[in-house]
Write a protein that binds this ligand. Structure first.
Ligand code: TXA
Ligand code: MG
Length: 317
């Protein structure tokens, strides 16, 4: 059961009850989701939320996503509208986050929403994390389990390496199925995608039968996390390249490029879903190997490729 990290636990009855106890005492745990791993804490508790911000060294202006088990508990905290219900029926639980109006009576800690009058809400599909959510009488704030602006973790070991023994429980859920963060969509005014993900604007637009906008440049902070350098291995990165000199890492896609020692292929089969799953894994690997520069091949900008290119653009600064 124990890994080289003694805080990584296989999911079983024992782990479940220990995790629930921890969360009820307003402690923070590492949890798997279908997108990336997160740091979870009681969204109604100021103490939990403060711990999350401090562990992540996250700027207080950047709000967290609040994770629920289902609709029942949600209606206490947010104004539920027609568009949301349509999307919920078709896509949840799953990799999509909805920004909605916060109710005045909401119990969500105001620090978790950076004092905004909106809340970002998500229903993760990972079975282990759902089992945990189903047994709590509060929702969980779960940002990605990385230090602010760093690379999101896609397995339990990534989380352990990032926070060492500062977190006492990390629930092992294997590799994240999708590998990049959820689609974030704002439903409060015009319908706008704030952060692209595996669920595309096209799909959302089809379900709603109306136009969905995609955010380009932020005038006001709408999704603060999407603003600055982000998702980054903190190594200079150049996009849309055809090769790299042999001292630098080259992230390739498909079979077009030569397979040298410094080449890291996102998907030999040119499969974009596989590429998304490999993106953060390769970032971490390249960082560990101490490369000082990363060149990246052109990635097709369709399907989840849009989200991959979004993360690459942010990582490149
Ligand atoms: O897939 C995911 O969404 C993962 C897993 C763990 O669930 N979580 C995640 O959380 O990516 P985080 O904190 O790394 O990213 C949350 C994003 C940030 O860009 C933040 O600015 C935005 O959601 N956000 C949160 N609340 C918001 C709000 N009220 N209005 C607009 N954007 C918001
Ligand atoms: Mg994040």
């Amino acid at each position: 059961m124990k890994n080289i990290y003694s805080n990584i636990f296989k999911f079983n009855k024992n782990t479940l009850s220990k995790t629930l106890k921890y969360l009820k005492r307003n402690n923070i745990v590492g949890l798997p989701t279908e997108t990336v791993y997160g740091l979870a804490g009681n969204a109604y508790s100021k103490r939990s939320i403060q711990k999350i911000y401090s562990l992540k060294k996250r700027p207080k202006i950047n709000p967290l996503i609040i994770h629920y088990y289902n609709l029942k508990s949600l209606s206490d905290d947010v104004e539920i509208g027609k568009n949301f219900l349509k999307l919920y029926k078709r896509l949840c639980p799953g990799p999509i986050t909805f920004v909605m109006k916060k109710k005045k009576s909401s119990k969500i800690c105001s620090l978790a929403t950076a004092n905004l009058n909106t809340v970002a809400v998500r229903f993760p599909s990972n079975k282990k994390t759902r089992a945990i959510l189903s047994k709590l009488n509060f929702p969980l704030a779960i940002p990605s389990a990385n230090k602010s602006a760093g690379i999101s973790p896609v397995n339990a070991m990534d989380v352990a390496e990032e926070f060492k023994n500062k977190i006492k429980i990390i629930v092992d859920g294997g590799n994240s199925k999708i590998g990049i963060e959820s689609t974030v969509i704002d439903l409060t005014e015009r319908i706008v995608i704030l952060r692209p993900g595996i669920i595309s604007g096209k799909k959302i637009s089809k379900i709603l039968g109306r136009k969905v906008w995609i955010i380009k440049k932020h005038k006001k902070i709408k999704s603060p996390g999407a603003l600055k350098k982000h998702y980054s291995p903190n190594i200079p990165m150049k996009l849309n390249q055809i090769k790299a000199s042999k001292n630098h890492a080259f992230i390739s896609f498909g079979k077009k490029h030569k397979n040298t020692k410094n080449t890291f292929n996102l998907s030999k089969k040119s499969n974009l879903d596989e590429a998304a799953k490999n993106l953060y894994k390769l970032f971490r690997k390249i960082k560990k190997l101490n490369y000082k520069k990363i060149y990246v091949a052109k990635i097709p900008n369709k399907g989840i490729g849009v989200a991959i290119n979004d993360r690459l653009t942010h990582a490149a600064g």
